[in-house]
Structures are given as C-alpha cells and as structure tokens.
Design a protein around this ligand. Structure first.
Ligand code: SAM
Length: 276
C-alpha cells in the first residue's frame, strides 16, 4: 500500500531528484492534491491507467491509492527510477514503469482496455501528445484523458468561437471529445513553483466525432486558418485550393470571415468539401 511510503520531500532528498528545467520538472508533493487529481479521472478500479511523466511518483501514488487496477508509468528521466521502484514494491503487480520518451514509444501493447490516460507533463510535450491522441484512428485506445496544462493552454482547449483562445486545440479537442476544466492549481502547488497558474482538463472521448470530417484534412485546414488568424479565410486558405471561395461557400461560410468566427461545424463542413 502507498501509505507505507515516505513523504515525497524525503523521496526527493534521498534520491537527489533536483528538478531539471530541461525536462519541465515541477513536482507535486502534496499527496492530498495528487489523490484529488486522480479522482478527476473517475472510477479507476476497473481501468489500466497510462501515466506519462511520473517523476518521483506523487500522482502515481494518488492513482494507486484511488484504486487503479494497474498503472503503466512512462518516465524519461532515469534518476526517477529508484523512487518509482519503491512504489512498485509497495503495490505488487499494480505498477509497471517504462523508462522511455513518451514521444518515441508505442505503449499500446502494454495496456488492457479500458484505458485512461492521466499526466502532469511539461507544456510542450503535453500539447504534442494531446494533438496526437486526438488525431489518431478513431475510436482511440483510451476512454479519457486527464491532463495538467498551463491555465492558458487549458482555456484554449475548452474555448468557444469568437475569442483569442479559440484555435486549433479547441477544434481538435471539441471535435472528438467533451473537454472540461476540472481543477485549477496555483504555482505554489508545485515544487519548484512555475511562473504561471495550471489547470487539469478532463476530456472524455466521443464514440464518433461530433461532425464527419477527415482528421488529416481538418487538422490541415485549421492549422492554415489559425496560422494567419487575422486574415480572411479566402486569403489564409488560398494555398489549399485554387477554388477556395467555392469550397467556403459550399460549407456555408462567407470567404470574408476570419478563423475565429467559424464554428467547429463550419470547419468540418469545409474539410468535407475540400476532401470531396
Ligand atoms: N508527475 C510528476 C508530478 O506530478 O509530480 C512529475 C511532473 S513533471 C511536471 C513532468 C515529468 O515528465 C518529469 O518527471 C519529467 O522527467 C517527465 N518527462 C518530461 N518529458 C518527458 C517525455 N518526453 N517522456 C516521458 N516523461 C517525460
């Protein structure tokens, strides 16, 4: 059981886990808080949990204490392995640690459905993985994602049309999942404290996307539209087709609109017309 393990501050001191900026290491040390984050992923007792970036294991302990059937934890930093081995020993058969870069490994073979993904990751790795998880074949191997982001990134994931936060992340997330911000955390929740506030986003996959579209075409259209978000669509998207005005009108969109004025439904209609 995890409650026989030493406090995380002692674990970090014993194993000399000085946080490395290059690996985006901001650790959660309050086990009440990590248990609360684990609870945002729902009932884990019948699930395999994929945790990316366990570090010294605060969130890992939370997931195990909340009853996860099994946790597969993928950590890049070899320095964290002895600390994670102590958790493995305290919870026989329930924790498997993989020393790997989450951007490089395919971990699907190690997991048995139902699978939930939970992670407190560096911002750039988290966003990259989120986009991959949202644009792969559907339905995906996971049922839900519970991920820590900078507050500003979390707001971009749940943003509605019309504002500055609305963009590629909102479209891709809301197309295939229902995303919600479920927790906010101040900088002091982490050690060392980052400069910005953080938030946990819980995304539940939809069985089928909200509107039909080809993932690659949609991703491409949205990237082009928001790369030049101040321009009219007729201009930002002209590289996609010589007949872009016709495609925009076929999708019910005025060519003079700007990207942030277009709904998810509108982008999907445009992707269908362009793929047509
Ligand atoms: N989950 C721990 C916690 O909440 O205290 C650590 C969080 S810390 C923000 C991010 C963790 O992700 C670090 O342990 C870091 O070494 C790990 N990490 C960074 N990049 C990674 C990658 N590409 N693949 C796997 N782990 C990575």
């Amino acid at each position: 059981m995890t409650d026989t393990l030493p406090p995380l501050r002692d674990v970090i001191a014993t194993h000399n886990l000085r946080a490395k900026k290059s690996l985006g290491q901001n650790f959660l040390l309050d086990l009440n808080l990590t248990a609360k984050i684990a609870r945002q992923a729902g009932d884990l007792t019948a699930c395999d949990v994929l945790e990316i970036g366990p570090g010294p294991g605060g969130l890992t302990r939370g997931l195990l204490a909340e009853g996860a059937r099994r946790v597969l934890a993928v950590e890049k930093d070899t320095r964290c392995l002895p600390a994670l081995a102590e958790i493995e020993a305290a919870c026989p058969g329930r924790l498997v640690v993989l020393n790997a870069d989450a951007l490089e490994v395919d971990i699907r073979a190690h997991l048995t459905p139902p699978i939930r993904i939970v992670a407190n990751l560096p911002y750039n790795v988290g966003t990259e993985l989120l986009v991959r998880w949202l644009t792969q074949e559907w339905p995906p191997f996971w049922d839900s994602l519970t991920l820590m982001f900078q507050r500003e990134v979390a707001e971009r994931i749940v943003a509605a049309p019309g504002g500055k936060a609305y963009g590629r992340l909102a479209i891709l997330a809301q197309w295939r999942t229902t995303p919600r911000i479920v927790m906010s955390l101040p900088p002091e929740a982490f050690s060392p404290a980052p400069k910005v506030h953080s938030a946990v986003v819980h995304l539940v996959r939809l069985e089928a996307p909200r509107y039909p579209a080809d993932a690659r075409v949609l991703s491409h259209v949205v990237a082009a539209a928001f790369n030049q978000r101040r321009k009219m669509l007729r201009s930002s998207l002209k590289g996609l087709s010589p007949d872009i005005d016709t495609h925009l009108r076929a999708a019910g969109l005025e060519p003079s609109l700007r990207a942030e004025q277009v709904s998810l439904e509108g982008f999907c209609a445009l992707a269908r017309s362009l793929a047509g």
